[in-house]
Design a protein around this ligand. Structure first.
Ligand SMILES: NC(=O)c1ccc[n+]([C@@H]2O[C@H](COP(=O)([O-])OP(=O)(O)OC[C@H]3O[C@@H](n4cnc5c(N)ncnc54)[C@H](O)[C@@H]3O)[C@@H](O)[C@H]2O)c1
Ligand SMILES: [Zn+2]
Length: 383
């Protein structure tokens, strides 16, 4: 895998794909294509009915794509104002939201305006949150440019910001009117971010779709090279999985919990590292490897399940061994997991590749005393 920079987009442009998120009158389409950014304008006009678009983005994305998006929006008759916020997770806060309320109102935001979030999950969450709250709710269009945002955060309607007490603790459910995915934008995404996004792709396959898992095992090299003939269908399948889970469970009570596969230990690892030097997808990869091994130990999954998962994660270039902290530190981190119900955590286990379920387990059952770190580290990290 290349370390980053420009990956060439090759091959014939595959047909555009669409996924519908079925949520009654809040249903919306996810449009997936390769090299389609310049065609976005008319779709935004149709989906939002807006006359004015507040385009929110960050410098690394603006540099490559903002002008193209603006041209397309203006050609469709929309007025556009660009808002560029500093890059990174720390931008996802209430102060930034307040600055955006002021700036957007000064720029003439009114009931006929829409917000367009062009960027990764940070821009999507912040833009979605501002759209959910400004003037009691404006339409939002998500144009995700990171792999994680394409397959995960842009679909589902969760928006929010971080507060000092924790991540994503303030927010709102606000479904977008349209999600527009141009997979060619991944060519400028740093390689480490691309791999991190792949963790959620592998997760979707591992919990719900064995066929997708087999496709990933076969096509990882072409996928990481952004070959659109592989990439576009894989994106479509991932969005369809997320859309289906969300449609069945918009407010996150039942099936949506399966999406937490790998996240219990993943969140603990992120927290223990102080959210530094570890990307969310990397932590999820480690958490999935742990959960898969644990599923085997509990006699829930056939032996070999974890090895197959760890192999695929390693081929993507993801780490699978948890950071080196004592078990007691992990247990402490687990007991403050916000997904905790009483003393139990709904821990997601695999029954096999393609099938997952939740088990109510106490932290000490998730990571029993006799379990040695050695088994956690069973994942070989090949590159
Ligand atoms: N709402 C949800 O359901 C949900 C789900 C999962 C994650 N999230 C949130 O998503 C956020 C993480 O998203 P992320 O991983 O996309 O992080 P991010 O938005 O910080 O993007 C990662 C980096 O890649 C850059 N980038 C994005 N697209 C690029 C492109 N095409 N070319 C060059 N650079 C590009 C960004 O500027 C940033 O530096 C977190 O805040 C997390 O809480 C939300
Ligand atoms: Zn995640």
């Amino acid at each position: 895998m290349r370390a980053g920079g420009q990956r060439a987009a090759r091959g014939p442009t595959p047909a555009r794909r669409r996924v519908r998120v079925a949520l009654g009158e809040r249903s919306y389409p996810i449009e997936i294509g390769h090299g389609t950014l310049a065609e976005l304008g008319p779709a935004v006009a149709r989906a939002t009915g807006a006359g004015r678009v507040m385009l929110l983005t960050v410098p690394p994305v603006a540099r490559h794509y903002a002008a193209r998006v603006e041209r397309s929006l203006r050609a469709a008759g929309l007025k556009v104002t660009r808002f560029v916020v500093p890059d990174g997770e720390r931008t996802k806060n209430l102060l930034q939201a307040r600055k955006l309320y002021d700036a957007m109102l000064s720029a003439g935001a009114d009931r006929s305006s829409a917000v367009l979030a062009l960027g990764g999950g940070v821009v999507g969450d912040l833009g979605g949150f501002v759209a959910a709250t400004l003037l009691r709710g404006l339409p939002v269009v998500q144009v995700p440019t990171s792999l994680l945002a394409m397959v995960d955060s842009s679909v589902g309607g969760k928006t929010g910001v971080n507060v000092p007490r924790g991540k994503n603790l303030v927010g709102a459910f606000h479904q977008p009117r349209l999600v527009w995915i141009d997979s060619a934008t991944l060519s400028t995404l740093p390689g480490r971010q691309l791999a991190a996004g792949m963790a959620e792709v592998v997760k979707h396959a591992a919990i719900l779709d064995e066929k997708l898992f087999r496709r990933l095992e076969r096509d990882v090299p072409r996928l990481m090279d952004l070959d659109p003939t592989v990439l576009v269908p894989v994106l479509q399948r991932n969005c369809a999985i997320k859309a289906e889970v969300v449609a069945r469970d918009e407010r996150e009570a039942g099936p949506r919990m399966l999406l937490n596969f790998g996240h219990t230990l993943g969140h603990a690892a992120e927290a223990l590292k102080g959210f530094r030097g570890i990307l969310h997808g990397e932590a999820v990869s480690m958490g999935m490897a742990f959960a898969a091994h644990r599923s085997e130990e509990l006699g829930l999954a056939p032996s070999g399940t974890a090895e197959r998962l760890v192999d695929l994660l390693a081929r993507v270039g993801l780490p699978t061994a948890l950071p080196d902290f004592p078990r007691s530190a992990y247990l402490r981190a687990l007991s403050v997991d916000k997904k905790k119900r009483a003393a139990h955590i709904h821990f997601v286990v695999l029954r096999r590749i393609g099938k997952a379920e939740t088990r109510p387990l106490r932290p000490a059952e998730i990571w029993p005393a006799r379990r040695r770190r050695g088994t956690v580290r069973a994942g070989r990290t090949r590159r």
